[in-house]
Design a protein around this ligand. Structure first.
Ligand code: RB5
Length: 158
């Protein structure tokens, strides 16, 4: 798979180990930065990888900021992106089995490199379970469609 990877300054230290794991498991890592310790805005960095994911120019994305929270918020605003902020092997495995997460988010100031690599490996290797979870995952996108329609309706009536 082609995996887009982006981080802000808070995630920079984890980016190397994350890319190592992706490559060691036979996948391609597209490094979209940031490349230095200077402060950058996490939404700008998240969007670099998320745009590729939304366009289908990569199969999955990994985003890393200090806590993982800001980048999770960005990921879950994008159509078709199911972003999972994972802290351990269990959340990484469940994010694939039940949520079919196509975007993994990590906290660079929360996790050490060893735990982050375990998370990446599990997230890459675990398949989606499908079945009852498929309908639930479809409902996530339906929420988005319904709220978009509702907000368009509100604008028309004002
Ligand atoms: C940057 O200091 C920090 O706010 C960012 O990396 C992230 O944790 C945001 O959610």
């Amino acid at each position: 798979m082609k995996i887009a990877v982006s981080c802000d300054h808070g995630g920079l230290l984890l980016k190397g180990p994350v890319k190592e794991s992706i490559i060691a498991h036979g996948h391609e890592a597209l490094d979209l930065g940031t490349h230095g310790p200077e402060s950058v805005d996490y939404p700008d960095m998240a969007v670099k990888a998320l745009e590729l994911l939304v366009r289908g120019a990569c199969d999955r994305a990994v985003l890393i900021c200090g806590t993982g929270i800001g980048m999770s918020m960005c990921a879950n605003r994008m159509p078709g992106v199911r972003g999972a902020l994972c802290h351990d092997g269990y959340t990484a495995r469940m994010a694939r089995l039940h949520n079919d997460a196509n975007c993994l988010i990590l906290g660079g100031r929360v996790l050490g490199p060893g735990v982050a690599q375990d998370i990446v490996e599990l997230w890459l290797a675990t398949p989606f379970e499908g079945g009852r979870h498929l309908e639930r995952v479809r409902k996530i996108e339906k929420i988005r469609e319904q709220t978009t329609q509702a907000s368009k309706g509100e604008k028309r009536s004002t």
